[in-house]
Design a protein. Structure first.
Length: 592
Protein backbone atom coordinates (compact mmCIF):
# COMPACT_ATOMS: atom_id res chain seq x y z
CA UNK A 1 0.00 0.00 0.00
CA UNK A 2 1.33 3.44 -0.87
CA UNK A 3 2.43 5.65 2.04
CA UNK A 4 1.70 9.36 2.38
CA UNK A 5 4.22 11.20 0.27
CA UNK A 6 6.21 14.11 1.66
CA UNK A 7 7.01 17.04 -0.57
CA UNK A 8 8.94 15.68 -3.52
CA UNK A 9 12.60 16.38 -4.10
CA UNK A 10 14.06 16.96 -7.54
CA UNK A 11 15.34 13.70 -9.04
CA UNK A 12 17.55 13.50 -12.12
CA UNK A 13 16.18 10.47 -13.94
CA UNK A 14 18.86 10.52 -16.61
CA UNK A 15 21.73 10.40 -14.11
CA UNK A 16 20.08 7.53 -12.23
CA UNK A 17 19.68 5.54 -15.46
CA UNK A 18 23.33 6.09 -16.34
CA UNK A 19 24.50 5.19 -12.82
CA UNK A 20 22.57 1.92 -13.03
CA UNK A 21 24.04 1.26 -16.52
CA UNK A 22 20.60 1.12 -18.13
CA UNK A 23 21.56 3.77 -20.70
CA UNK A 24 24.94 5.19 -21.71
CA UNK A 25 26.26 8.73 -21.31
CA UNK A 26 26.04 9.18 -25.07
CA UNK A 27 22.39 8.11 -25.14
CA UNK A 28 21.60 10.52 -22.29
CA UNK A 29 23.27 13.40 -24.12
CA UNK A 30 21.36 12.60 -27.32
CA UNK A 31 18.08 12.40 -25.37
CA UNK A 32 18.76 15.71 -23.59
CA UNK A 33 19.46 17.39 -26.94
CA UNK A 34 16.19 16.03 -28.36
CA UNK A 35 14.33 17.08 -25.20
CA UNK A 36 15.66 20.63 -25.57
CA UNK A 37 14.30 20.79 -29.13
CA UNK A 38 10.93 19.12 -28.54
CA UNK A 39 10.13 20.13 -24.95
CA UNK A 40 8.93 16.58 -24.13
CA UNK A 41 9.64 14.76 -20.89
CA UNK A 42 13.03 13.05 -20.80
CA UNK A 43 11.51 9.64 -20.09
CA UNK A 44 9.24 9.91 -23.15
CA UNK A 45 12.22 10.98 -25.30
CA UNK A 46 14.29 8.00 -24.14
CA UNK A 47 11.45 5.61 -24.99
CA UNK A 48 10.73 7.24 -28.37
CA UNK A 49 14.41 7.07 -29.32
CA UNK A 50 14.46 3.37 -28.48
CA UNK A 51 17.11 3.69 -25.74
CA UNK A 52 14.87 1.98 -23.18
CA UNK A 53 11.59 0.03 -23.16
CA UNK A 54 8.70 1.85 -21.50
CA UNK A 55 7.96 -1.08 -19.16
CA UNK A 56 11.64 -1.21 -18.13
CA UNK A 57 11.65 2.54 -17.45
CA UNK A 58 8.45 2.43 -15.40
CA UNK A 59 9.67 -0.53 -13.34
CA UNK A 60 12.97 1.25 -12.66
CA UNK A 61 11.26 4.48 -11.62
CA UNK A 62 8.83 2.63 -9.39
CA UNK A 63 11.73 0.98 -7.57
CA UNK A 64 13.84 4.14 -7.32
CA UNK A 65 10.99 6.38 -6.16
CA UNK A 66 9.51 3.74 -3.84
CA UNK A 67 6.22 4.40 -5.63
CA UNK A 68 3.82 1.63 -6.66
CA UNK A 69 3.28 1.01 -10.38
CA UNK A 70 -0.43 0.64 -11.13
CA UNK A 71 -1.85 -0.86 -14.34
CA UNK A 72 -4.89 1.28 -15.14
CA UNK A 73 -6.26 -1.37 -17.48
CA UNK A 74 -7.06 -3.53 -14.48
CA UNK A 75 -7.70 -0.82 -11.87
CA UNK A 76 -11.30 -0.28 -10.82
CA UNK A 77 -11.72 3.46 -10.39
CA UNK A 78 -14.75 5.66 -9.94
CA UNK A 79 -15.44 8.35 -12.57
CA UNK A 80 -16.82 10.61 -9.84
CA UNK A 81 -13.59 10.21 -7.88
CA UNK A 82 -11.48 10.97 -10.96
CA UNK A 83 -13.42 14.16 -11.58
CA UNK A 84 -12.28 15.57 -8.23
CA UNK A 85 -9.33 16.87 -10.26
CA UNK A 86 -10.56 19.17 -13.07
CA UNK A 87 -9.82 17.92 -16.58
CA UNK A 88 -7.53 20.86 -17.39
CA UNK A 89 -5.18 19.95 -14.54
CA UNK A 90 -5.47 16.22 -15.21
CA UNK A 91 -4.23 16.72 -18.76
CA UNK A 92 -1.64 19.38 -17.89
CA UNK A 93 0.06 17.36 -15.16
CA UNK A 94 -0.75 13.89 -16.55
CA UNK A 95 -2.47 12.91 -13.32
CA UNK A 96 -5.73 11.28 -12.20
CA UNK A 97 -7.33 10.67 -8.82
CA UNK A 98 -7.51 6.92 -8.28
CA UNK A 99 -9.10 6.73 -4.83
CA UNK A 100 -9.72 8.72 -1.67
CA UNK A 101 -8.91 7.69 1.87
CA UNK A 102 -9.95 9.11 5.23
CA UNK A 103 -7.02 11.52 5.34
CA UNK A 104 -5.37 11.51 1.90
CA UNK A 105 -5.84 10.93 -1.83
CA UNK A 106 -4.19 8.34 -4.11
CA UNK A 107 -3.13 10.08 -7.33
CA UNK A 108 -1.64 8.36 -10.37
CA UNK A 109 0.96 10.37 -12.28
CA UNK A 110 2.85 9.60 -15.44
CA UNK A 111 5.77 11.58 -13.96
CA UNK A 112 5.83 11.48 -10.15
CA UNK A 113 9.01 13.61 -10.20
CA UNK A 114 7.03 16.62 -11.43
CA UNK A 115 7.38 18.78 -8.30
CA UNK A 116 5.32 21.69 -9.62
CA UNK A 117 2.49 19.38 -10.68
CA UNK A 118 2.59 17.68 -7.27
CA UNK A 119 2.27 21.01 -5.46
CA UNK A 120 -0.56 22.24 -7.73
CA UNK A 121 -2.59 19.04 -7.34
CA UNK A 122 -2.12 19.19 -3.55
CA UNK A 123 -3.36 22.79 -3.58
CA UNK A 124 -6.43 21.93 -5.68
CA UNK A 125 -7.43 18.81 -3.75
CA UNK A 126 -6.45 20.37 -0.39
CA UNK A 127 -5.44 16.98 1.00
CA UNK A 128 -2.14 15.08 1.32
CA UNK A 129 -1.27 12.97 -1.70
CA UNK A 130 -0.17 9.37 -2.04
CA UNK A 131 1.46 8.88 -5.42
CA UNK A 132 1.38 5.98 -7.85
CA UNK A 133 3.15 5.61 -11.19
CA UNK A 134 0.93 4.94 -14.23
CA UNK A 135 1.56 4.46 -17.93
CA UNK A 136 0.97 7.74 -19.78
CA UNK A 137 -0.94 6.21 -22.71
CA UNK A 138 -3.34 4.43 -20.33
CA UNK A 139 -3.76 7.61 -18.29
CA UNK A 140 -4.69 9.71 -21.34
CA UNK A 141 -7.15 7.08 -22.49
CA UNK A 142 -8.79 7.05 -19.05
CA UNK A 143 -9.05 10.84 -19.13
CA UNK A 144 -10.72 10.75 -22.56
CA UNK A 145 -13.25 8.22 -21.35
CA UNK A 146 -14.10 9.69 -17.96
CA UNK A 147 -14.17 13.41 -18.69
CA UNK A 148 -17.20 13.19 -20.97
CA UNK A 149 -19.22 16.21 -22.09
CA UNK A 150 -22.64 14.80 -21.20
CA UNK A 151 -23.14 17.08 -18.19
CA UNK A 152 -21.90 20.07 -20.18
CA UNK A 153 -24.29 19.21 -23.02
CA UNK A 154 -27.25 19.08 -20.61
CA UNK A 155 -26.20 22.36 -19.00
CA UNK A 156 -25.79 24.15 -22.34
CA UNK A 157 -29.10 22.75 -23.59
CA UNK A 158 -30.80 24.07 -20.46
CA UNK A 159 -29.17 27.47 -20.96
CA UNK A 160 -30.30 27.56 -24.59
CA UNK A 161 -33.81 26.44 -23.62
CA UNK A 162 -34.13 29.31 -21.17
CA UNK A 163 -33.32 31.75 -23.97
CA UNK A 164 -36.00 30.38 -26.24
CA UNK A 165 -39.67 31.13 -25.81
CA UNK A 166 -41.90 28.09 -25.46
CA UNK A 167 -42.23 26.57 -28.94
CA UNK A 168 -40.55 29.56 -30.57
CA UNK A 169 -37.10 31.06 -31.15
CA UNK A 170 -35.55 34.10 -32.79
CA UNK A 171 -34.64 32.86 -36.28
CA UNK A 172 -33.07 36.18 -37.24
CA UNK A 173 -30.79 36.00 -34.23
CA UNK A 174 -29.71 32.45 -35.08
CA UNK A 175 -28.81 33.55 -38.61
CA UNK A 176 -26.95 36.59 -37.30
CA UNK A 177 -25.02 34.42 -34.84
CA UNK A 178 -24.10 31.82 -37.45
CA UNK A 179 -20.40 32.68 -37.29
CA UNK A 180 -20.31 33.39 -33.56
CA UNK A 181 -18.68 30.68 -31.48
CA UNK A 182 -20.13 32.27 -28.34
CA UNK A 183 -23.75 31.70 -29.34
CA UNK A 184 -25.39 29.17 -26.96
CA UNK A 185 -26.41 26.87 -29.83
CA UNK A 186 -22.85 26.98 -31.21
CA UNK A 187 -21.37 26.06 -27.83
CA UNK A 188 -23.88 23.21 -27.49
CA UNK A 189 -22.96 21.79 -30.91
CA UNK A 190 -19.25 22.17 -30.22
CA UNK A 191 -19.63 20.25 -26.98
CA UNK A 192 -21.61 17.51 -28.76
CA UNK A 193 -18.94 17.14 -31.44
CA UNK A 194 -16.11 17.10 -28.90
CA UNK A 195 -17.83 14.38 -26.91
CA UNK A 196 -18.47 12.30 -30.06
CA UNK A 197 -14.86 12.60 -31.24
CA UNK A 198 -13.60 11.74 -27.75
CA UNK A 199 -15.45 8.40 -27.73
CA UNK A 200 -14.82 7.68 -31.47
CA UNK A 201 -18.50 7.84 -32.41
CA UNK A 202 -19.24 7.36 -36.11
CA UNK A 203 -22.65 9.06 -36.05
CA UNK A 204 -24.69 11.52 -33.97
CA UNK A 205 -28.50 11.20 -34.04
CA UNK A 206 -30.58 14.21 -32.99
CA UNK A 207 -34.18 13.08 -32.49
CA UNK A 208 -36.93 15.29 -31.00
CA UNK A 209 -39.58 13.33 -29.12
CA UNK A 210 -42.85 14.53 -27.61
CA UNK A 211 -41.29 15.90 -24.41
CA UNK A 212 -37.56 15.25 -24.67
CA UNK A 213 -34.68 15.56 -27.11
CA UNK A 214 -32.71 12.36 -27.68
CA UNK A 215 -29.07 12.62 -28.68
CA UNK A 216 -27.64 9.23 -29.59
CA UNK A 217 -24.10 8.31 -30.58
CA UNK A 218 -23.17 5.22 -32.56
CA UNK A 219 -20.05 3.73 -30.99
CA UNK A 220 -18.65 0.47 -32.40
CA UNK A 221 -21.92 0.01 -34.29
CA UNK A 222 -24.16 0.36 -31.20
CA UNK A 223 -26.23 3.43 -30.28
CA UNK A 224 -25.76 5.07 -26.86
CA UNK A 225 -28.47 7.49 -25.74
CA UNK A 226 -28.38 10.79 -23.87
CA UNK A 227 -31.71 12.44 -23.06
CA UNK A 228 -32.22 16.20 -22.68
CA UNK A 229 -35.41 17.27 -20.92
CA UNK A 230 -37.59 19.46 -23.12
CA UNK A 231 -37.36 19.55 -26.90
CA UNK A 232 -37.43 23.30 -27.53
CA UNK A 233 -33.72 23.35 -28.34
CA UNK A 234 -34.20 20.85 -31.18
CA UNK A 235 -35.42 23.48 -33.65
CA UNK A 236 -32.47 25.75 -32.87
CA UNK A 237 -30.00 22.88 -33.31
CA UNK A 238 -31.51 21.81 -36.63
CA UNK A 239 -31.56 25.37 -37.95
CA UNK A 240 -27.95 25.92 -36.98
CA UNK A 241 -26.88 22.67 -38.67
CA UNK A 242 -28.79 23.60 -41.81
CA UNK A 243 -27.02 26.96 -41.93
CA UNK A 244 -23.64 25.28 -41.48
CA UNK A 245 -24.30 22.79 -44.29
CA UNK A 246 -25.95 25.21 -46.74
CA UNK A 247 -29.44 23.70 -46.57
CA UNK A 248 -32.81 25.46 -46.87
CA UNK A 249 -33.82 26.47 -43.33
CA UNK A 250 -37.39 27.19 -44.45
CA UNK A 251 -37.95 23.67 -45.82
CA UNK A 252 -39.11 21.36 -43.03
CA UNK A 253 -41.38 19.01 -44.96
CA UNK A 254 -38.78 17.34 -47.18
CA UNK A 255 -35.54 15.44 -46.36
CA UNK A 256 -32.31 17.31 -47.14
CA UNK A 257 -28.64 16.31 -47.38
CA UNK A 258 -25.55 18.45 -46.92
CA UNK A 259 -22.09 18.52 -45.41
CA UNK A 260 -19.58 20.79 -43.68
CA UNK A 261 -16.15 20.57 -42.05
CA UNK A 262 -15.15 21.44 -38.50
CA UNK A 263 -12.04 21.29 -36.30
CA UNK A 264 -12.49 19.37 -33.07
CA UNK A 265 -9.63 18.72 -30.63
CA UNK A 266 -7.03 19.47 -33.32
CA UNK A 267 -8.77 17.08 -35.72
CA UNK A 268 -10.30 17.91 -39.06
CA UNK A 269 -13.74 16.28 -39.25
CA UNK A 270 -16.06 16.16 -42.27
CA UNK A 271 -19.71 16.02 -41.23
CA UNK A 272 -22.41 14.61 -43.52
CA UNK A 273 -25.85 15.92 -42.60
CA UNK A 274 -29.14 14.16 -43.37
CA UNK A 275 -32.46 15.63 -42.18
CA UNK A 276 -35.86 13.95 -42.21
CA UNK A 277 -39.28 15.24 -41.08
CA UNK A 278 -40.76 13.19 -38.23
CA UNK A 279 -43.78 13.51 -35.94
CA UNK A 280 -42.29 16.03 -33.51
CA UNK A 281 -39.99 18.03 -35.77
CA UNK A 282 -36.97 17.06 -37.84
CA UNK A 283 -34.56 14.21 -37.15
CA UNK A 284 -30.92 14.83 -38.06
CA UNK A 285 -28.17 12.25 -38.50
CA UNK A 286 -24.57 13.48 -38.58
CA UNK A 287 -21.98 11.08 -40.04
CA UNK A 288 -18.50 11.97 -38.75
CA UNK A 289 -15.51 11.35 -41.01
CA UNK A 290 -12.24 12.09 -39.27
CA UNK A 291 -9.87 13.34 -41.97
CA UNK A 292 -7.00 13.45 -39.46
CA UNK A 293 -7.11 9.67 -39.01
CA UNK A 294 -4.71 7.69 -41.17
CA UNK A 295 -6.40 5.27 -43.53
CA UNK A 296 -6.16 1.65 -42.50
CA UNK A 297 -3.55 -0.39 -44.32
CA UNK A 298 -4.41 -3.81 -45.73
CA UNK A 299 -2.45 -5.35 -42.85
CA UNK A 300 -4.72 -3.71 -40.27
CA UNK A 301 -8.09 -4.56 -41.81
CA UNK A 302 -8.34 -7.93 -40.08
CA UNK A 303 -8.00 -10.23 -43.10
CA UNK A 304 -6.31 -13.57 -42.36
CA UNK A 305 -2.79 -13.55 -43.76
CA UNK A 306 -3.47 -16.13 -46.48
CA UNK A 307 -6.59 -14.26 -47.65
CA UNK A 308 -4.78 -10.90 -47.58
CA UNK A 309 -2.04 -12.30 -49.85
CA UNK A 310 -4.68 -13.44 -52.36
CA UNK A 311 -6.50 -10.10 -52.18
CA UNK A 312 -3.26 -8.15 -52.61
CA UNK A 313 -2.52 -10.17 -55.75
CA UNK A 314 -6.02 -9.49 -57.12
CA UNK A 315 -5.85 -5.70 -56.74
CA UNK A 316 -2.60 -5.66 -58.71
CA UNK A 317 -4.12 -7.35 -61.78
CA UNK A 318 -4.09 -5.20 -64.93
CA UNK A 319 -7.83 -5.60 -65.54
CA UNK A 320 -11.01 -7.16 -64.19
CA UNK A 321 -13.61 -6.28 -61.56
CA UNK A 322 -13.27 -6.85 -57.82
CA UNK A 323 -16.35 -6.25 -55.68
CA UNK A 324 -16.60 -5.58 -51.94
CA UNK A 325 -19.96 -6.53 -50.52
CA UNK A 326 -21.81 -6.47 -47.24
CA UNK A 327 -24.61 -4.60 -45.47
CA UNK A 328 -24.51 -0.87 -44.75
CA UNK A 329 -21.83 0.01 -42.21
CA UNK A 330 -19.79 -3.16 -42.69
CA UNK A 331 -16.60 -1.36 -43.76
CA UNK A 332 -16.71 -1.92 -47.53
CA UNK A 333 -15.52 1.60 -48.35
CA UNK A 334 -12.68 1.32 -45.84
CA UNK A 335 -11.51 -1.86 -47.57
CA UNK A 336 -11.58 -0.19 -50.99
CA UNK A 337 -9.69 2.87 -49.70
CA UNK A 338 -7.05 0.58 -48.20
CA UNK A 339 -6.75 -1.18 -51.58
CA UNK A 340 -6.42 2.14 -53.42
CA UNK A 341 -3.84 3.30 -50.92
CA UNK A 342 -1.81 0.14 -51.58
CA UNK A 343 -1.78 0.46 -55.38
CA UNK A 344 -1.54 4.27 -55.49
CA UNK A 345 1.76 4.77 -57.31
CA UNK A 346 3.08 7.49 -59.60
CA UNK A 347 2.85 5.23 -62.67
CA UNK A 348 -0.82 4.31 -62.15
CA UNK A 349 -3.73 6.65 -62.90
CA UNK A 350 -6.68 6.11 -60.58
CA UNK A 351 -10.12 7.71 -60.90
CA UNK A 352 -12.76 7.27 -58.20
CA UNK A 353 -16.48 8.05 -58.58
CA UNK A 354 -18.05 8.49 -55.15
CA UNK A 355 -21.21 9.63 -53.40
CA UNK A 356 -19.96 11.23 -51.26
CA UNK A 357 -16.17 11.49 -51.22
CA UNK A 358 -15.37 10.26 -47.72
CA UNK A 359 -11.59 10.63 -47.58
CA UNK A 360 -9.30 12.71 -49.75
CA UNK A 361 -6.42 10.78 -51.33
CA UNK A 362 -3.51 12.50 -53.04
CA UNK A 363 -2.76 11.61 -56.67
CA UNK A 364 -6.23 10.05 -57.11
CA UNK A 365 -8.80 11.89 -59.24
CA UNK A 366 -11.89 11.77 -57.05
CA UNK A 367 -15.24 12.76 -58.56
CA UNK A 368 -18.32 13.58 -56.47
CA UNK A 369 -21.56 12.59 -58.21
CA UNK A 370 -24.40 15.11 -58.21
CA UNK A 371 -27.71 13.65 -59.44
CA UNK A 372 -29.46 17.03 -59.15
CA UNK A 373 -27.53 18.28 -62.18
CA UNK A 374 -27.52 14.93 -63.98
CA UNK A 375 -24.01 13.98 -62.89
CA UNK A 376 -24.79 10.41 -61.85
CA UNK A 377 -22.52 7.35 -61.70
CA UNK A 378 -23.13 6.23 -65.26
CA UNK A 379 -22.46 9.67 -66.78
CA UNK A 380 -19.26 10.16 -64.79
CA UNK A 381 -18.09 6.66 -65.74
CA UNK A 382 -18.53 7.28 -69.46
CA UNK A 383 -16.35 10.38 -69.23
CA UNK A 384 -13.88 8.77 -66.83
CA UNK A 385 -13.06 6.12 -69.43
CA UNK A 386 -11.89 8.92 -71.75
CA UNK A 387 -9.39 10.07 -69.09
CA UNK A 388 -7.06 7.13 -69.75
CA UNK A 389 -7.31 5.54 -66.28
CA UNK A 390 -5.61 2.34 -65.19
CA UNK A 391 -7.87 1.84 -62.18
CA UNK A 392 -11.45 2.97 -61.60
CA UNK A 393 -13.15 2.88 -58.22
CA UNK A 394 -16.96 3.18 -58.23
CA UNK A 395 -18.53 3.94 -54.86
CA UNK A 396 -21.49 1.64 -55.43
CA UNK A 397 -23.15 -0.28 -58.26
CA UNK A 398 -26.84 0.55 -57.93
CA UNK A 399 -28.44 -0.02 -61.33
CA UNK A 400 -28.22 -1.86 -64.65
CA UNK A 401 -26.48 0.95 -66.53
CA UNK A 402 -23.70 1.35 -63.96
CA UNK A 403 -23.24 -2.42 -63.74
CA UNK A 404 -22.90 -2.77 -67.50
CA UNK A 405 -20.48 0.14 -67.91
CA UNK A 406 -18.22 -1.09 -65.11
CA UNK A 407 -18.22 -4.68 -66.39
CA UNK A 408 -17.33 -3.55 -69.92
CA UNK A 409 -14.57 -1.33 -68.48
CA UNK A 410 -13.21 -4.38 -66.65
CA UNK A 411 -13.14 -6.27 -69.96
CA UNK A 412 -11.29 -3.52 -71.83
CA UNK A 413 -8.09 -3.22 -69.83
CA UNK A 414 -9.14 -1.47 -66.62
CA UNK A 415 -9.06 -2.68 -63.03
CA UNK A 416 -12.45 -1.81 -61.51
CA UNK A 417 -13.15 -1.75 -57.77
CA UNK A 418 -16.66 -1.25 -56.46
CA UNK A 419 -19.23 -2.21 -53.83
CA UNK A 420 -22.62 -3.92 -53.87
CA UNK A 421 -25.11 -4.33 -51.04
CA UNK A 422 -25.53 -8.09 -50.48
CA UNK A 423 -25.24 -10.30 -47.41
CA UNK A 424 -22.41 -12.53 -48.60
CA UNK A 425 -20.06 -13.20 -51.51
CA UNK A 426 -22.07 -15.98 -53.14
CA UNK A 427 -25.31 -13.99 -53.55
CA UNK A 428 -23.49 -11.05 -55.14
CA UNK A 429 -23.79 -12.59 -58.60
CA UNK A 430 -27.56 -13.01 -58.16
CA UNK A 431 -27.73 -9.30 -57.30
CA UNK A 432 -25.92 -8.36 -60.50
CA UNK A 433 -28.21 -10.61 -62.52
CA UNK A 434 -31.25 -9.02 -60.84
CA UNK A 435 -29.95 -5.63 -61.96
CA UNK A 436 -30.13 -6.87 -65.54
CA UNK A 437 -26.44 -7.50 -66.15
CA UNK A 438 -25.88 -10.27 -68.69
CA UNK A 439 -24.31 -13.47 -67.39
CA UNK A 440 -21.64 -13.52 -70.08
CA UNK A 441 -20.60 -9.96 -69.13
CA UNK A 442 -20.28 -10.90 -65.46
CA UNK A 443 -18.29 -14.02 -66.40
CA UNK A 444 -15.92 -12.01 -68.58
CA UNK A 445 -15.42 -9.06 -66.19
CA UNK A 446 -15.75 -10.27 -62.60
CA UNK A 447 -12.57 -11.63 -60.98
CA UNK A 448 -13.43 -11.87 -57.27
CA UNK A 449 -15.85 -10.86 -54.53
CA UNK A 450 -14.79 -10.04 -50.97
CA UNK A 451 -17.64 -10.02 -48.44
CA UNK A 452 -17.24 -8.59 -44.99
CA UNK A 453 -18.87 -7.79 -41.67
CA UNK A 454 -17.62 -6.03 -38.56
CA UNK A 455 -17.54 -7.70 -35.16
CA UNK A 456 -16.83 -5.93 -31.90
CA UNK A 457 -13.51 -6.55 -30.16
CA UNK A 458 -13.46 -7.68 -26.55
CA UNK A 459 -12.22 -4.87 -24.31
CA UNK A 460 -8.65 -5.78 -23.39
CA UNK A 461 -8.97 -3.97 -20.06
CA UNK A 462 -11.69 -6.26 -18.67
CA UNK A 463 -11.42 -9.54 -20.60
CA UNK A 464 -12.31 -12.67 -18.60
CA UNK A 465 -13.05 -16.31 -19.47
CA UNK A 466 -16.54 -16.73 -20.95
CA UNK A 467 -19.25 -19.18 -19.99
CA UNK A 468 -20.89 -20.76 -23.05
CA UNK A 469 -24.63 -21.08 -22.43
CA UNK A 470 -26.88 -23.80 -23.84
CA UNK A 471 -28.05 -21.70 -26.79
CA UNK A 472 -24.48 -20.85 -27.80
CA UNK A 473 -23.35 -24.46 -27.40
CA UNK A 474 -26.24 -25.65 -29.60
CA UNK A 475 -25.20 -23.15 -32.26
CA UNK A 476 -21.57 -24.28 -32.04
CA UNK A 477 -22.70 -27.89 -32.45
CA UNK A 478 -24.45 -26.90 -35.69
CA UNK A 479 -21.15 -25.75 -37.23
CA UNK A 480 -19.09 -28.80 -38.26
CA UNK A 481 -15.81 -26.89 -38.16
CA UNK A 482 -16.50 -25.87 -34.53
CA UNK A 483 -17.03 -29.42 -33.26
CA UNK A 484 -13.58 -29.80 -31.69
CA UNK A 485 -13.30 -26.35 -30.11
CA UNK A 486 -12.67 -26.29 -26.36
CA UNK A 487 -15.41 -23.97 -25.00
CA UNK A 488 -13.16 -22.91 -22.11
CA UNK A 489 -11.03 -20.96 -24.59
CA UNK A 490 -13.69 -18.35 -25.30
CA UNK A 491 -13.55 -14.98 -23.56
CA UNK A 492 -15.77 -11.98 -22.94
CA UNK A 493 -15.54 -8.49 -21.41
CA UNK A 494 -17.07 -8.00 -17.99
CA UNK A 495 -17.56 -4.24 -18.58
CA UNK A 496 -15.41 -1.39 -17.27
CA UNK A 497 -14.87 2.35 -17.54
CA UNK A 498 -12.72 1.94 -20.66
CA UNK A 499 -15.55 0.27 -22.61
CA UNK A 500 -18.44 2.20 -21.04
CA UNK A 501 -19.62 -1.00 -19.37
CA UNK A 502 -20.24 -2.86 -22.67
CA UNK A 503 -17.34 -5.33 -22.56
CA UNK A 504 -16.36 -4.30 -26.10
CA UNK A 505 -14.04 -1.63 -27.47
CA UNK A 506 -13.32 -1.23 -31.18
CA UNK A 507 -14.21 -3.47 -34.11
CA UNK A 508 -12.42 -5.76 -36.53
CA UNK A 509 -13.43 -7.04 -39.97
CA UNK A 510 -14.28 -10.64 -40.79
CA UNK A 511 -14.07 -11.66 -44.43
CA UNK A 512 -14.78 -14.23 -47.09
CA UNK A 513 -13.06 -14.14 -50.47
CA UNK A 514 -14.55 -15.83 -53.53
CA UNK A 515 -12.31 -16.01 -56.60
CA UNK A 516 -13.93 -17.04 -59.87
CA UNK A 517 -12.60 -20.15 -61.58
CA UNK A 518 -13.53 -21.91 -64.82
CA UNK A 519 -16.49 -23.77 -63.31
CA UNK A 520 -17.97 -20.61 -61.83
CA UNK A 521 -17.56 -18.57 -65.00
CA UNK A 522 -19.14 -21.38 -67.03
CA UNK A 523 -22.23 -21.25 -64.76
CA UNK A 524 -22.32 -17.46 -65.15
CA UNK A 525 -22.24 -17.61 -68.95
CA UNK A 526 -25.45 -19.62 -68.72
CA UNK A 527 -26.83 -17.21 -66.08
CA UNK A 528 -27.33 -20.21 -63.81
CA UNK A 529 -27.15 -18.62 -60.36
CA UNK A 530 -28.17 -21.85 -58.58
CA UNK A 531 -25.27 -23.83 -60.06
CA UNK A 532 -22.93 -20.89 -59.41
CA UNK A 533 -23.93 -20.87 -55.72
CA UNK A 534 -23.49 -24.63 -55.41
CA UNK A 535 -20.06 -24.60 -57.04
CA UNK A 536 -18.96 -21.57 -54.98
CA UNK A 537 -19.83 -23.21 -51.67
CA UNK A 538 -17.88 -26.33 -52.65
CA UNK A 539 -14.69 -24.44 -53.57
CA UNK A 540 -11.77 -25.72 -51.53
CA UNK A 541 -10.33 -22.25 -50.89
CA UNK A 542 -13.64 -20.60 -49.95
CA UNK A 543 -14.25 -20.07 -46.24
CA UNK A 544 -17.36 -18.14 -45.10
CA UNK A 545 -16.78 -15.22 -42.77
CA UNK A 546 -18.57 -17.05 -39.94
CA UNK A 547 -15.56 -19.35 -39.71
CA UNK A 548 -13.26 -16.33 -39.79
CA UNK A 549 -15.23 -14.86 -36.87
CA UNK A 550 -14.99 -18.18 -34.99
CA UNK A 551 -11.22 -18.09 -35.30
CA UNK A 552 -11.25 -14.65 -33.71
CA UNK A 553 -13.47 -16.00 -30.93
CA UNK A 554 -11.05 -18.86 -30.28
CA UNK A 555 -8.18 -16.34 -30.20
CA UNK A 556 -10.03 -14.22 -27.62
CA UNK A 557 -10.48 -11.25 -29.97
CA UNK A 558 -14.28 -11.38 -30.12
CA UNK A 559 -17.08 -13.33 -28.44
CA UNK A 560 -19.27 -16.25 -29.42
CA UNK A 561 -22.21 -13.86 -29.14
CA UNK A 562 -20.75 -11.58 -31.81
CA UNK A 563 -20.01 -14.57 -34.05
CA UNK A 564 -23.61 -15.75 -33.76
CA UNK A 565 -24.84 -12.26 -34.62
CA UNK A 566 -23.35 -12.46 -38.13
CA UNK A 567 -24.13 -16.15 -38.67
CA UNK A 568 -27.58 -15.99 -40.28
CA UNK A 569 -27.65 -18.53 -43.09
CA UNK A 570 -24.77 -20.64 -41.76
CA UNK A 571 -26.66 -23.83 -42.70
CA UNK A 572 -26.34 -23.14 -46.40
CA UNK A 573 -22.54 -23.17 -46.06
CA UNK A 574 -22.24 -26.31 -43.98
CA UNK A 575 -24.95 -28.57 -45.41
CA UNK A 576 -23.48 -31.25 -47.70
CA UNK A 577 -20.33 -29.23 -48.19
CA UNK A 578 -17.00 -31.06 -47.91
CA UNK A 579 -14.72 -29.59 -45.28
CA UNK A 580 -12.32 -27.14 -46.94
CA UNK A 581 -8.59 -27.46 -46.62
CA UNK A 582 -7.74 -25.60 -43.43
CA UNK A 583 -4.92 -23.07 -43.63
CA UNK A 584 -2.27 -22.98 -40.93
CA UNK A 585 -3.63 -21.60 -37.69
CA UNK A 586 -7.28 -22.28 -38.61
CA UNK A 587 -9.99 -23.74 -36.40
CA UNK A 588 -8.93 -27.30 -37.13
CA UNK A 589 -5.41 -26.58 -35.93
CA UNK A 590 -4.69 -26.95 -32.23
CA UNK A 591 -3.63 -23.79 -30.42
CA UNK A 592 -1.55 -23.60 -27.27
Amino acid sequence: MATAAPRKQKIRIGDLLVQNKIISEGQLEAALAEQKKSGRKLGRVLVDLGFIEETQLLTFLSRQLNTPLIDLKHFKFSPDTMRLLPETYARRYRAIVLSTGSTDVLVGMADPTDIFGYDEITRILQRPLRLALVREADLLRAIDIVYRHTEEISSLAEELGEELAAGDYDLAQLVAEESSVDAPVAKLLQSMFEDAVQVNASDIHIEPDEKVLRIRQRIDGVLHEHIIEGRRVAGALVTRLKLMSGLDISEKRMPQDGRFSIHVKDRSVDVRVATMPIQFGESVVLRLLDQSTNLLSLENLGMPEEMRARFTHLIQLPYGMILATGPTGSGKTTTLYAALNFINKSDIKIISVEDPIEYHLSRINQVQVNPRIGLDFSRVLRNALRQDPDVIMVGEIRDHETAEITLRAAMTGHLVLSTVHTNDAVTTVSRLLDMGAEGYLIAAGLRAVVAQRLVRRICDACTVPAHVNANQQAWLNSVPEAGNIDPTRFRQGRGCTYCNGTGYRGRIGVYELLELDEGLTDALRRSDSAEFAQRARHKRDFRPFVLCALEYAVAGITTVEETMRISSGIEKYTEDVPEPAAPAGSLSTSRD
